[in-house]
Write a protein that binds this ligand. Sequence first.
Ligand SMILES: Cc1ncc(C[n+]2csc(CCOP(=O)(O)OP(=O)(O)O)c2C)c(N)n1
Ligand SMILES: [Mg+2]
Length: 569
Amino acid sequence: MTDATETTDPASETSPDRPDGTVEAHGGEHAVAVAAAHGVETMFTLSGAHVFPMYDGAVHADPPMRLLDVRHEQTAVFAAEALGKLTRTPGLAVLTAGPGVTNGVSAITQASFSGSPLVVVGGRAPANRWGMGSLQEFDHPAVLAPVTKAARTVHKVDEIAEGVDEAFTLAGSSHRGPTFLDVPMDEFFNRAAVERPSPAPRVRTEPDPDVVFEIGNLLGQAQRPVLVLGTDVWADGAEEAALRLVEQTGLPAITNGMGRGVVPGGHPLLMTKARGATLGTCDLAIVVGTPLDFRLGYGVFGGKDGAPAAKVVHVADSPSQVSQHADLAASVSGDLTLVLDGLQAALEQQLRRPDWSAWVEELQATVAAAVERDNALLTAEADPIHPARIYGELLPRLAEDAVVIGDGGDFVSFAGKYVEPKQPGGWLDPGPFGCLGAGMGAAIAARIARPSSQVVLLFGDGAAGMSLMDVDTLVRHDLPVVMVVGNNSAWGLEKQPMQMLYGYDVVADLAPQTRYDEVVKALGGGGETVTDPRQIGPALDRAFASGVPYLVNVITDVDAAYPRNTFGV
Ligand SMILES: Cc1ncc(C[n+]2csc(CCOP(=O)(O)OP(=O)(O)O)c2C)c(N)n1
Ligand SMILES: [Mg+2]
């Protein structure tokens, strides 16, 4: 009898048990097998011959890898990025050579800004024609290098498995982010017998214990401390340690990005609704897992209403993320669970346990006043509809495990103000890159990652136009999502500032009352337009019950701008 590994039977060619431990297969099969070993179950893509081996690899994998094909590469990459954020396993997008890859650049850059684990595999013009001008010949890594942790060409088929393994390990390690590799088409189709590497175990970096102890001392001495919890608290798996620290020490907290929900909405120590007062009158801000950027006043806290400047501590998942511009009392980097648990232990060792109850009560009073103020707008009967009323109707309909996604300007700023997730991992926004058009991909990912949860995509009408054609993807792949458009017939977040600066505005108006719901219906979903505030709730009920991609197009008041005092620059 012939040894199975020595036959040319295609089924046995990919058998991993060749005597020397290698597997004989084509480049796409190797790449898909390694991605699967890293936990990838779905490949987001848009067809292109340069990456056919990846599709063949997915089809012939055991089990086959799900192929989710979209209508624009940006959607593929935004979906892979969001899946990485939701599952904390790097997402995979596969883009064809040239325009396929360049169409993905904004989404890859967003992943870089947000520290999202993402691997993008690009096709590449064949090596044996390189320089001769073959179709879509473009040297991608030069473009991708500034917005990735690594961008490289894998030149030989027998280097693909190792290259993909490295790309996944790097993307998923602190500080997380996107990696890119492309493979020349001829090498991708070639076959080779290689040893497929197994994923390396996760490395947890110990923070400096002396610095953690020192920060514990600062906390012990503080009268008005606040803990700010950002995206990396979730990404690093430190959400339980963060909530423990808050609850066991009585430390008030504010959340942003994917840190939202780490301290659940409505929790007595969550002060996000008193953000201005908390950050403006604290004496110590410990900021964990988020950069000290425009969202956090560039790391300057205190100073409000004559309050002294606050001390600032920055805690990051890796040294590269510690702020270089802020004036820091201390900083530490490492595994965030170890830092947060270390802080709690340091505090417990102190002879005199700090009492922050007066500070907490003061903030709770501010939160209560804000809740009351919010209620007036959440129930507004105004005609045209005030955008806040949409949230007044949506909030009571959201389950604890709902995934809420924001893609827009002012309409999403209102969401940030009113939607307080009850669990971590249930909020997706574009992060500091602020890229409109990210929402549809995120909704696709959320539907896949949380098959039984509500998925709500909040669109500004302007933002909706950037990805609405991908409702076709939702329909073809049977991915029911509830979309809500705050339709003020304008690029509102730009219209108001331009008015403020110049007294007039241009290029800010969109066609009045566009029927985005009809677009969704034309593509095979459902939807309706709402102009009466009392009809928003029933329309949302129909959307949730529909079981199809469904768009509620709410015509809102363009003059009800989000009250902001900064342009974010
Ligand atoms: C890709 C991209 N293009 C342009 C912008 C600039 N921008 C930020 S908010 C905004 C307006 C968004 O309008 P819409 O989605 O309708 O939300 P609204 O502010 O009207 O609620 C624009 C154009 C951006 N952030 N991203
Ligand atoms: Mg708008």
